[in-house]
Design a protein around this ligand. Sequence first.
Ligand code: SAM
Ligand code: SF4
Length: 363
Amino acid sequence: MTTELGLPALRGGPSRDPDRPDDPRLVDGFGRVATDLRISLTDRCNLRCTYCMPAEGLDWMPRDEQLTDDELNRLIAVAVHRLGVEELRFTGGEPMLRKGLENVLSAASALEPRPDISLTTNGIGLARRAGALAAAGVNRLNVSLDTLRQDRFAEITRRDRLQDVLDGLAAARDAGLNPVKLNSVLLRGVNDDEAADMLEFALEHGYQLRFIEQMPLDAQHGWRRSEMITAGEIMERLEQRFTLAPSDEDRGGAPAEKFLVESRLDGTSISTAGGPAVVGVIASVTRPFCGACDRTRLTADGQMRTCLFATGETDLRAMVRGGATDAEIADTWRDAMWGKKAGHGIDDPGFLQPDRPMSAIGG
Ligand code: SAM
Ligand code: SF4
């Protein structure tokens, strides 16, 4: 018997749940299918965003615990060839700190069927590397930028590098990595008055801006629901300057709710440097989109996670290093995904923040 992917169907390993359908893809018990693999390439970072990690950084993962390029390439190939993964998103920590990044990207882009490849980066060093990233197969970039003010950038990231990021954005656009997406986290009393300015900047330069609600994934466990800026507040701040209308584009499994930027309240017209005038809001906390989630995750040390907020992991590195076959790895991955929870449970009274911070899971 063959599967929808044209591969021989596996009849299940020892731990297989009898209810799991005979499907080669990453289906879960709620009917979702994961086709988007987020891969953390390293837990290290050259910035220290206050909402992500402490000033002194973290105890970085020992090098020998990290997957080698060959190990990582193998797991990615298993995901694409056997599990129906269609999109690869490389992240971290800061993925551009990974030695051999372009080799991993080139190997991924040589896979058949060719996955869609994107990279989430803080933009440091991007000005120099944008062309090489495009040549290695990156289709799109998400660059994090929380403020346009130099002093605030230094306060939020604890590094005075705003200009590097702005130069990197321009280089990415010039290298054809369009649309360049901007990820922005608003922090109360720090940069939450900049929402409309950020949108102005993005429209002017042809970048696609998305605001991300701050999540309880910081290493310091400093997140407070009462402190975070909600999607509703983000919209209020934008609507002080712009008229927005919900986009009727099918959202699919995309985390961002999109809004068309129709006009300015002062009557001046909206013009963009390319593409539609849109803004996205990723309301992971206040308007969770878990029901449409299509993600599976791999940490830099080879642990598969079903969710950013999962409290358990599946050790694929041990399988790779222990001589497991690709078919065995694929089936273990399917089994774990079958058990994916319905939602992140942030609002549940018993919610527990995962042990790993965002920077070590891969945001
Ligand atoms: N270093 C890269 C970067 O900053 O783009 C990639 C990793 S970073 C963890 C990925 C994204 O997660 C960034 O856009 C960052 O702003 C966001 N992020 C980090 N901690 C967060 C938190 N606690 N809540 C919401 N977003 C967070
Ligand atoms: Fe580094 Fe990204 Fe975390 Fe900022 S958000 S400290 S850039 S991993």
